[in-house]
Design a protein around this ligand. Sequence first.
Ligand SMILES: CCCCCCCCCCCCC/C=C/C(=O)SCCNC(=O)CCNC(=O)[C@H](O)C(C)(C)COP(=O)(O)OP(=O)(O)OC[C@H]1O[C@@H](n2cnc3c(N)ncnc32)[C@H](O)[C@@H]1OP(=O)(O)O
Length: 202
Amino acid sequence: VSKIFSAGLDITEMSGKSNEHYAAFWRAVQEMWLKLYGSNMVTIAAINGSSPAGGCLMALCCDYRIMADNPKFAIGLNETQLGIVAPFWFKDTMINTIGNRATELSLQLGQMYPAPEALKFGLVDKLVPEDKVQSAAAAAMSQWLSVPDHARQLTKSMMRKPAIDRLVKQREADINNFVSFISKDSIQKSLQIYMDRLKQKK
Ligand SMILES: CCCCCCCCCCCCC/C=C/C(=O)SCCNC(=O)CCNC(=O)[C@H](O)C(C)(C)COP(=O)(O)OP(=O)(O)OC[C@H]1O[C@@H](n2cnc3c(N)ncnc32)[C@H](O)[C@@H]1OP(=O)(O)O
């Protein structure tokens, strides 16, 4: 979609549904993260637009991020702005990318960074003109693929395994946490207010 890399998780999947639905949804979100963050393949994010929350997480799962150089496009884990909380594995993914202090600032404020600031924070690795995002991503891919694969894969696994193991060990507890959190009336109300605001913006 033009202007949007990813709008993040589908908020309608987290509103007004049954606990069984929330549990199945969250298991699928976990699965996406485990597969993408744990992939032994080279993954390059070609970020061609805004990328809030789950969209930012997907980009952070990649090995390298190239973003369109347009200050109208912003990226970040903005969960607190929705009245929700980024779970520990979202937080760990961000810490592993930009460090602890920058993550704490980002998460508490639910900050969305316009592209130039995202580069400054290390949230993305490179900015290129909008029409060069795909070609720059292809060039980066060639560079990454030129490294001996077994060595690159073992290194990637060494860097990411502790975070992955942490979720794998606590997967069911994390699902239970999500379900009890998201089904609270106060959280449902926050999500509703956020969705209403999005629609009013039009
Ligand atoms: C001890 C601690 C305990 C903690 C326990 C933790 C438990 C876990 C808690 C829960 C964790 C959840 C993690 C959540 C992650 C997420 O990803 S939440 C989603 C975040 N996404 C957003 O905030 C995006 C909001 N959208 C936008 O900013 C803009 O829409 C856009 C993407 C930049 C696009 O803008 P524009 O092109 O102007 O389009 P719009 O007109 O705004 O939107 C078009 C229609 O799309 C709808 N929409 C947009 N985003 C979403 C979405 N994410 N989900 C569902 N629907 C979305 C928008 O409402 C419009 O709809 P219509 O009006 O019907 O056309």
